[in-house]
Design a protein around this ligand. Structure first.
Ligand SMILES: C[S@@+](CC[C@H](N)C(=O)[O-])C[C@H]1O[C@@H](n2cnc3c(N)ncnc32)[C@H](O)[C@@H]1O
Length: 186
């Protein structure tokens, strides 16, 4: 089911992103989403990719190197520091921001995204989005704290000004499957 929600996001973004676009992967993990974004925006585009784990940054770097991709800035830091670490020149310029919450498959499950920092990053990310830009958030509910984080995201989205943003929740009926929020800046 993880794969299906990731596919949904990639399908949506494949139809949305254009060459030369700029994007942010807020949770680089093993680098699948970063690689996807980098290919989608092409060599003249730009991707910023955050993760708190050096191993995640190195896994992502290895994937990019293998594909000779150079349009990614890897940032070893929490996404909640986006406002400080992504230059202000990109405010209102970013076409898409992806969040794939939870823990990195194959790594320490205690190094997991947290509701407070996730919400800080999403809120900050909205300032970087360009009109019609998308934020995708895949939230897993199968690990401790996952359901609380998904609920926190949902509650936060429900308070957004509907004149400025719209969002949609994609859910599967399968138990423990992740849900995906797709937010658009109007
Ligand atoms: C589900 S994995 C991401 C999967 C990844 N997108 C991929 O394609 O492989 C979640 C990642 O979020 C990272 N993470 C946890 N807290 C974070 C934070 N505050 N800022 C950035 N990344 C964080 C974890 O280290 C982990 O690598």
């Amino acid at each position: 089911m993880k794969t299906r929600m990731t596919n949904l996001v990639h399908e949506l973004l494949a139809g949305h992103l254009r060459p030369k676009d700029k994007a942010i992967d807020a949770t680089a993990g093993n680098g699948h989403d970063t690689l996807f974004l980098a290919k989608a925006v092409g060599g003249q585009g730009m991707v910023f990719a955050f993760d708190i784990q050096p191993e995640a940054i190195e896994q992502t770097r290895a994937k990019l190197t293998q594909e000779q991709i150079e349009n990614v800035r890897l940032i070893l830091a929490g996404h909640e520091r986006m406002g400080e670490l992504v230059s202000k020149e990109y405010l209102g310029q970013i076409a898409a921001i992806t969040f794939n919450l939870g823990y990195r498959p194959g790594s320490d499950k205690s190094l997991v995204t947290q509701p407070e920092t996730t919400l800080t990053a999403i809120e900050c990310g909205l300032n970087y989005l360009k009109p019609n830009g998308l934020v995708t958030i895949v939230a897993y509910v199968g690990h401790p704290g996952g359901e609380e984080e998904a609920n926190a995201v949902r509650n936060w989205l429900e308070k957004l000004d509907k004149k400025l943003f719209d969002w949609k929740l994609y859910e599967s009926e399968a138990p423990q499957s992740p849900c995906t929020f797709v937010l658009r800046k109007l």
